[in-house]
Design a protein around this ligand. Structure first.
Ligand SMILES: *Cc1c(COP(=O)(O)O)cnc(C)c1O
Length: 406
């Protein structure tokens, strides 16, 4: 065993934690609101939010109370029995998604697995034959998770490399190129499309409203499921509860996770009628999914979003924030290409590798996340204040302003 150290996590990680994330640079020990502290006592503005997870910041008193109370009451029962929070969360989500049904799970990848299984069942219902209609159209640069289904739906070499053969039936087409989608969505063999309303990992690439409406129409014409991955961009992040709402479309099925639990692992899929009866008893399941503790965490997040009117606040506060961020292009036109995204999901697009910039920003006191090899991604909690948004801009100006050209 390693001896005592001021940062025992560092030695434990070096010796005992797998290196699939390389060597994480700091150990975080505490969070409060929009701030986290590392083991050396340094404070950071948290604009990574655990990758869009800490939707209501760290240690929100209402969230902590709801989760703590539930932990002392009932944590897990399995889906062999009902539990009250799961029913309440399914109801609360149906108010946001529309009439339909929900299946809970524990992560984003698992939610997408659910959607991909739904697509298979739909293809079977549509064609009358198992395996005859299994096509799923995805967008280039998409990210849908690290399971075999998720990887198969993620047309990126760096994700798929080393794990082939993957699932068959996936076709990638360029995001926002409706003519290309018109060509590949086949009435006979395509079961579903799967699209992020705003691509996160791929570099903060928004699907345009016209594109989403166009794909929705093609799906309706060809009896293809219109499936939306809202895992990163959903749960209020863009100033609507779901980012697809900006386009006025109506998905047949939605995947969510990340922000839904505010830090507690939970995922979900929602399915519209008539597809919400495709999963019959015995066809899908998970031991942990929708457990009372996870569902309570989800309810707490929705309660806080409602009580503090966070969706309206994100919509309102992001207008001025984006305007300030766009001034980074004027500050360093050689370095900053553009600022894109919606609400509190923003990519500062660089002409250089964002990874060293993210490191420099961290050293200057703000956590951000790189994306797609091009973006410094800003994902503040939905309750980040105007002062915190302004502080983030100030640090970005300082770090990018002083950045040495390559
Ligand atoms: C993060 C993410 C996933 C995968 O979620 P995990 O919880 O990491 O499995 C899938 N789709 C999108 C859009 C994501 O951002």
């Amino acid at each position: 065993m390693n001896g005592p150290s001021s940062d025992s996590a560092a030695s434990n990680y070096a010796a005992n934690v797998a290196h699939n994330y390389g060597a994480p640079p700091i150990t975080l020990v505490k969070g409060q609101g929009t701030h986290v502290w590392d083991a050396a006592g340094k404070r950071y503005l948290d604009f990574a939010s655990g990758i869009a997870v800490n939707a209501v910041g760290h240690a929100h008193p209402h969230w902590v109370k709801r989760v703590t109370d539930q932990a002392g009451k009932l944590v897990h029962v399995s889906n062999l029995y009902r539990n009250e929070p799961q029913g309440q969360l399914a109801y609360a989500l149906s108010l946001r998604c529309g009439p339909g049904r929900v299946i809970f799970c524990n992560s984003g990848a698992e939610a997408n697995e659910g959607l991909l299984k739904l697509a298979r069942l739909h293809g079977q219902r549509k064609s009358g034959t198992e395996g005859a209609c299994i096509g799923v159209i995805v967008a280039e640069k998409a990210f849908h998770g690290r399971t075999f289904g998720g990887m198969s739906a993620t047309p990126q070499e760096k994700i798929q490399k080393g794990f082939r053969p993957l699932l068959s039936g996936f076709t990638a087409a360029p995001l926002n190129d409706l003519a290309a989608w018109d060509k590949v969505i086949d009435a006979k063999t395509t079961a579903a499309v799967l699209i992020e309303s705003i691509q996160g990992e791929g570099g903060v690439n928004p699907a345009t409203p016209d594109f989403l409406r166009g794909v929705e129409k093609l799906c309706r014409e060809r009896n293809v499921l219109f499936m939306i991955d809202e895992i990163q961009c959903g749960i209020g992040r863009t100033g609507k509860f779901f980012a697809y709402e900006h386009a006025g479309v109506k998905p047949d099925a939605i995947a969510m996770a990340k922000g839904l639990g505010g830090g507690f692992p939970i995922g979900a899929i929602w399915m519209a009628p008539p597809h919400d009866d495709l999963f019959q008893a015995g066809s899908h399941g998970t031991t942990f999914g929708g457990g009372p503790l996870a569902a309570t965490a989800g309810l707490a997040v929705l309660e806080i979003i409602e009580a503090e009117q966070l969706i309206a606040k994100v919509a309102e506060r992001s207008v001025g924030w984006h305007a300030e961020l766009r001034k980074l292009v004027e500050l360093r036109p050689d370095l900053v290409k553009e600022v894109r995204g919606a609400g509190y999901m923003v990519g500062v697009i660089l002409n250089v590798d964002p990874v060293p910039v993210v490191t420099a920003l961290r050293e200057a006191g703000i956590l951000t996340a790189p994306a797609g090899g091009v973006a410094v991604r800003l994902l503040p909690p939905l309750n980040a204040s105007p002062e915190e948004l302004a502080e983030a801009v100030a640090i970005l100006r300082q770090v990018l302003g002083g950045w040495k050209a390559a």
